[in-house]
Write a protein that binds this ligand. Structure first.
Ligand code: ZN
Length: 430
């Protein structure tokens, strides 16, 4: 046995009966399968040599099955809280060249589209990312992913999308592939060649390039075993890729066996959510401007809404209508949207923003950052809750109740006593 955590004051399993995702009011009414210390007897969780959860119960019950000397490591979590490692459902973590200079422009009132049309924004990042070597990009990525891990994220979705040409998009995906092999954080990778229209091309030309060159190159690398890509993404937006172009790209991805996980209805309503639901997209992100029909079709088809509160916060947009999405029966997941425009590595911070800006409850935010985020990536069988057989990925909080994770803002390095990945304690390197 690899690890025993014992004596916990509170243990939050999130779900306990193999639930795959919680949609609509089941997210609101979830009891989090919460266990509390009782008559001075705390809670234990045992993780086996394969890094999977072998037992979760009161200390005396687990002690009756395993003796402490069977474990490589024992952690005393007296007075503390144990909960599942967090899942970040949406990030753009591979790029060179930060955009701190644009932060002051935005504070002075420039909009995303004004910066984009002035050749800044994503085009600035594309230029720097095209110039960077694979090794440079890997080291930048490594630092960001490890910081996410120290902030409690054990599984992260990561996109390409700052190349916009075959060579750089494949370079970004190879960098994510190396991180999958070398880093102690799980990664679900997404091809996002349709993140923006490259300079000098029309959206139509960019769509043809994706369909005829980028996607075939990706499939070739996948055939050779060099890449393992999970999903395809497109920025379906007025002035970027329209609904029909987005549909063509997503359908090609679907034919190639990729999951559909894309950006829609962020800055304007154009019917992207309806289109995505008609393709049974596994996840649709943003949705600030989604229609009621779009919500209903997402609920009907089981598409998870990936909500990114950093966008509304940083761009001063209307927050996405999360309460309506929940009322209509949609499952909500959360992501940091980490990118050069939203430099946030912290899911606990995102949960706080989701509660304040999107009016989510604490329970909804935790479900959205665990089982539902895992479901948006198709990883709900291994991640997103503390259940026997799932990955032994957990957080121990220096707090007697889990709500401190959302309530205490910013100082996560001290609040999170330990991040445990498959039964191994992750210790910050510096
Ligand atoms: Zn994004």
């Amino acid at each position: 046995m690899r690890l025993l955590v014992k004596g916990a004051r509170q243990l939050v399993r999130v779900v306990a009966n193999g639930e795959q995702q919680l949609a609509g009011l089941s997210q609101t009414n979830c009891n989090l399968a919460l266990m509390e210390e009782c008559n001075g007897i705390g809670l234990s969780i045992a993780i086996d040599r394969d890094g999977r959860i072998a037992a979760i119960d009161y200390d005396d019950k687990v002690a009756a099955i395993y003796s402490e000397d069977q474990f490589e490591k024992v952690i005393d979590a007296s007075g503390k809280t144990v909960l599942p490692g967090l899942v970040d459902a949406h990030t753009h973590p591979v790029w060179a060249g930060d955009r701190v200079h644009e932060f002051s422009m935005k504070l002075a009132g420039a909009s995303y589209m004004e910066i984009y049309q002035a050749g800044g924004g994503i085009h600035f990042t594309v230029e720097h990312t095209r110039r960077a070597t694979e090794d440079q990009l890997y080291h930048l990525l490594r630092d960001r992913l490890m910081r996410m891990l120290y902030n409690g994220t054990v599984l992260v979705e990561g996109k390409s999308g700052y190349g916009l040409d075959t060579e750089t998009e494949m370079k970004m995906l190879r960098v994510l592939e190396r991180a999958k092999r070398e880093l102690p954080i799980d990664i679900s990778s997404t091809y996002c060649g349709a993140h923006a229209v490259p300079k000098g091309q029309t959206a139509e030309e960019a769509t043809a390039n994706i369909l005829n060159e980028q996607l075939p190159a990706l499939l070739k690398l996948r055939e050779d075993g060099q890449l393992h890509v999970d999903s395809i993404d497109v920025f379906c937006e007025k002035g970027v890729f329209d609904v029909e172009q987005s549909r063509a790209i997503l359908q090609a991805g679907r034919r190639a066996g990729l999951r559909l996980n894309f950006h829609a209805e962020e800055l304007s309503f154009i019917g992207g959510a309806e289109m995505g639901a008609s393709l049974k997209a596994e996840a649709i992100s943003h949705l600030e401007e989604i229609s009621l029909e779009g919500m209903e079709s997402m609920a009907r088809e089981g598409s998870v809404a990936v909500i990114l509160p950093t966008t509304a916060y940083l761009l001063r947009l209307n927050p996405p209508p999360v309460r309506d999405l929940i009322d209509k029966g949609v499952a909500i997941a959360l992501g940091t949207d980490f990118n050069p425009n939203a430099y946030c590595v912290s899911m606990p911070m995102v949960m706080n923003l989701a509660c304040i800006l999107c009016k989510m409850t604490l329970t909804e935010a935790l479900v959205a950052a665990t089982i539902n985020s895992a479901a948006s990536l198709g990883k709900q069988v291994t991640n997103g809750s503390l259940e026997v057989g799932k990955n032994g990925d957990l957080l121990i909080l220096n707090a007697p109740r889990w709500e401190h994770l959302v309530y205490q803002m910013g100082d996560y390095q001290n609040l999170i006593a330990a991040v445990i990945k498959r039964g191994q304690v992750i210790t910050p390197e510096n």
